[in-house]
Design a protein around this ligand. Structure first.
Ligand SMILES: [Fe+2]
Ligand SMILES: [Fe+2]
Length: 286
């Protein structure tokens, strides 16, 4: 088995959790993205996976925290855990508000995922669970990069909800290599992480599509050709969010892959500057 290359996370990378809350309750009651039931449901479907998924990520990284000697990585693990914990809180609020206002059953979305997580906790080795986290973090990082760098996939969304997604995308970018670097540090294999990406991607889409179908069914839009056509266009044509991330997805399979081979720290810096200027200006709209 070839040894994995050493970590290449920028030495001066520093990040920590930001305390945030978003005034999104009223908007969640509506088709908040481009007045499209499908695109709204696409984002909502992902949000519904986050609180349980991110708990799994936190636990699988935390398991190895005492086996890491590198001081920078130890600090990053603590920041990773704090960021993901904050994401869980905000997405839990998001999901509860969404479900109560739109008549969705939250437990119906979470039950199968909770069972799978419990199964993984029992049956998989800690290293395999970490490989699953590394793969999932790759999925979130490439989708966050696409959203933050192109912006068109979030254009047309309610401003307050898009603010939440952008904040989440920024922090996913900041900590995108933490699980990966821990995996390297504990001697994870390339085979296991590649397999984890294939399996993880399969389950991610299975879960998102399941949630999306439940949502559209509840909204009585499941058989709307118009909705599926606009959804297909959004995902594969224009902006084509899934089409565009395909090559970044594949890069994970290379033996010399590292998340910071795409150095997109400029997106974080730009967002931070925007945050500072927007807090100085009076808020308008939502
Ligand atoms: Fe997150
Ligand atoms: Fe993450």
């Amino acid at each position: 088995m070839p040894a994995l290359l050493q970590r290449r996370t920028p030495k001066d990378l520093r990040f920590s959790a930001r305390r945030k809350s978003f005034d999104i309750k009223n908007a969640l009651a509506t088709d908040w993205h481009s007045d499209s039931a499908f695109i709204t449901a696409w984002f909502n479907s992902m949000s519904l996976l986050f609180p349980l998924g991110e708990k799994f990520f936190i636990d699988s990284v935390a398991y190895f925290k005492d086996q890491v000697d590198d001081q920078q990585l130890a600090t990053e693990i603590a920041a990773f855990r704090a960021q993901e914990a904050m994401h869980r809180i905000e997405h839990q609020k998001y999901n509860e508000s969404l479900c109560s206002q739109r008549g969705y059953n939250l437990e119906r979305f979470e039950k199968k995922l909770r069972q799978r997580m419990a199964w993984a906790q029992k049956k998989l080795t800690p290293r395999r669970r970490l490989a699953g986290t590394v793969a999932s973090e790759h999925l979130t990082a490439i989708m966050a990069h696409d959203m933050l760098s192109r912006k068109d996939s979030i254009t047309g969304a309610n401003p307050a909800i898009s603010e939440l997604w952008i904040w989440h995308g920024i922090e996913e970018t900041e900590h995108k290599a933490v699980a990966f670097d821990v995996y390297v540090a504990i001697g994870g294999t390339e085979f296991e992480r590649r397999r984890a990406l294939i399996v993880g991607t399969f389950f991610f889409f299975k879960d998102v599509m399941r949630n999306l179908i439940i949502i559209l069914h509840t909204d009585r839009k499941l058989w709307s050709i118009r909705e599926w056509f606009s959804g297909f266009k959004f995902l594969f044509v224009k902006p084509g969010v899934l089409r565009r991330v395909a090559s970044d997805w594949l890069s994970f399979l290379r033996s010399d892959f590292h998340p910071w081979q795409i150095d997109n720290r400029d997106l974080i810096y730009k967002w931070e500057i925007d945050q500072k200027t927007s807090t100085k200006q009076p808020k308008t709209g939502h």
